[in-house]
Design a binder for this molecule. Structure first.
Ligand code: GZL
Length: 352
């Protein structure tokens, strides 16, 4: 009996135990597995941030039994080798499709070639994979991280212009995400490019793996090392919250009046935890990175399985939030971006 058949029987047994069956007209209970049940192996990189938790929930909600999926989930706890092991297990189980949220861009050619040789399509979500042959993955769903960084930097440039602050007065600490992750590469590059273009001072760039505790430690160290930091560019909300804790415990104030010694926080994700800090005036700008990718992935998998058209790259919709309406809009590369003034009502309407 094939591994896939064994795997499906185990899963159907679980469904039976959970009452996932229908009764026949003779009153006997029979399992009526829905035709076209699609088995998906999902390798998620971890649970390091509010964003990641929301991303996992979105994928699980879409790839559900009610939606004709049997989902096998693996949390790699930030380790690429655990993701590679999980993918190899999915191949052995002969799943119909693999979803991969890669912890970093490099190191996927071998295992994705194994999946391709096994005839299993791989849908990449969120961060990207940097492979020699793009046919090694079927499709990608995520964000333009460099554009997110550019939006943050263009907002900062406009903001200080309106406040009469010159670029060379900015001393920026960059708290980076996981080094080698597409989100880190994009957001960092945007800051470095804009700093050169506008004459900002980069005090230091330090990774904190998108984690709150690590970012707090980094901020504590940097406050001891530098006395003139007036902007902290955090590559996600959990890092921003950790940095804010360190700044306030050091007796400093976060806000937008850097001429009065306040430290301005810029963040990414726009998770509820971050937006609450925006409302409190502690994060000046929060650029959304939308984790709700489940619906798009569901559509792509169904199209792939049915031999229908689908896009190789799908970008999710995103907004930009600030409690301060000094800068109400941006034009970047001829594209208009509105800055949503955050209110309690706007926050109440958010899904994550
Ligand atoms: C971005 C994603 C990043 C988020 C962090 O799409 O890869 O990883 O910005 C998350 O919150 O940990």
């Amino acid at each position: 009996m094939s591994k896939k058949a064994v795997f499906l029987i185990i899963i159907l047994g679980v469904m039976l135990a959970l009452g996932g069956c229908a009764s026949s007209d003779e009153g006997k209970e029979v399992i009526t597995p829905q035709e076209k049940m699609i088995t998906v192996g999902f390798s998620q990189l971890g649970a390091e941030s509010d964003w990641r938790v929301a991303n996992t929930e979105s994928l699980k909600n879409s790839l559900s039994i009610d939606n004709n999926y049997i989902l096998v989930f693996d949390d790699a706890q930030q380790k690429q080798d655990r993701q590679i092991i999980a993918i190899r297990k999915f191949i052995q189980q002969e799943v119909d499709c693999i979803v991969l949220a890669p912890v970093m861009e490099e190191g996927w050619d071998t295992v994705l070639t194994e999946a391709q040789n096994a005839g299993i399509p791989v849908i990449v979500v969120d961060r990207r994979v940097n492979v020699s042959d793009p046919s090694l993955y079927t499709a990608w769903v995520g964000s333009d991280f460099d554009r997110e960084g550019k939006i943050a930097c263009e907002w900062l440039n406009k903001y200080i212009e309106k406040k009469g602050i010159s670029g060379d007065e900015l001393n920026i600490l960059g708290i980076q995400g996981t080094l080698g992750a597409t989100a880190q590469i994009g957001r960092t590059n945007a800051l470095l490019r804009s700093s050169k273009e506008y004459g900002w001072n980069i005090v230091e760039m330090v990774p904190a793996d998108y984690a709150q505790t690590k970012a707090k430690e980094v901020m504590q160290q940097m406050l001891r090392k530098y006395s003139d930091i007036n902007v902290v560019y955090c590559e996600n909300d959990n890092e921003a919250i950790g940095a804010i804790e360190a700044i306030e415990e050091a007796g400093r104030t976060v806000g937008t009046d850097i001429t009065a010694g306040e430290i301005m926080i810029i963040s990414f994700d726009a998770a509820r935890s971050g937006l609450e800090k925006v409302l409190e005036g502690k994060i000046a700008l929060d650029v959304e990175c939308n984790p709700l990718q489940g619906n798009e992935v569901d559509k792509i998998i169904k199209n792939v399985m049915a031999g229908k058209e689908f896009s190789k790259n799908t970008y999710v919709e995103e907004s930009v939030f600030s409690a301060d309406d000094t800068v109400q809009g941006l034009i970047i590369d001829n594209k208009a971006y509105s800055i949503t003034k955050l209110t309690n009502e706007v926050l109440a309407g958010r899904e994550y």
